[in-house]
Write a protein that binds this ligand. Structure first.
Ligand SMILES: [Zn+2]
Length: 210
């Protein structure tokens, strides 16, 4: 019981340990059975989170179970779950280097293998939408497409996965890759991977997703 909630708490503790989560920002969810998903509550200190704080929602954004207010970003989660049947978990974070790219509207280019193999290629910045709006949800899902990550203009990012563990791994990978990109721009000129490598990696991503 409460397996998804436990898994998300484990993932949050990992993000806290790595210094990738501060205070109350961001939100995480996992798809459940019968067209529902569980999501972290609004404005809760992550270090104090328990399974009873989670809210179960349906895909129209109605509360099915729970007495806390769900995260304001529920529309982001419902929109992505509705469009992407393969997505079982969604993480929304405001990690530092990701946010540097988001506020400068800079897509993350493919400089290392994993960005294509795990995230699906260059990570786009979606058009700006205000926090909690349907507009942001639609813009984010449009730019996410079939990939596993998207940057939210002037805000942060979304990563998705076929499990909570995968959505977490992708969040950590995205932040690490953004860090490498930002630092490499300061240090020198980041060079793209060769075209043929990119093509092979795209095929690998497609086969892993399939
Ligand atoms: Zn946010």
């Amino acid at each position: 019981m409460n397996e998804s909630e436990q898994e998300i708490i484990g993932a949050i503790n990992e993000l806290l340990k790595q210094g990738l989560l501060h205070g109350r920002g961001g939100n995480m969810s996992a798809r459940g059975s019968n067209g529902t998903f569980v999501i972290t509550p609004s404005q809760k200190d992550y270090s104090q989170l328990t399974v009873d704080d989670f809210v179960t929602m349906d895909m129209e954004g109605n509360v099915v179970k729970g007495d806390k207010n769900p995260s304001v970003e529920v529309p982001l989660h419902t929109e992505i779950y509705r469009r992407r049947g393969d997505v079982m978990s969604i993480f929304h974070t405001h990690t530092t280097y990701v946010t540097v790219l988001a506020v400068t509207h800079t897509p993350l280019p493919v400089l290392i293998d994993e960005v294509t193999v795990r995230l699906g290629g260059e990570v786009e910045v979606c058009r700006y939408g205000m926090t909690g709006t349907e507009e942001l949800a639609k813009n984010a899902a449009d730019s996410l497409g079939n990939k596993n990550a998207v940057l939210l203009a002037n805000h942060g990012c979304i990563t998705v996965g076929r499990s909570v563990a995968e959505a977490l791994e992708n969040a950590v990978l995205l932040e690490d890759s953004a860090k490498v990109y930002v630092l490499s721009k300061i240090f020198g000129k980041p060079e793209p991977l060769p075209e043929e490598t990119l093509n092979l990696q795209k095929e690998l991503f497609a086969s892993l997703q399939g």
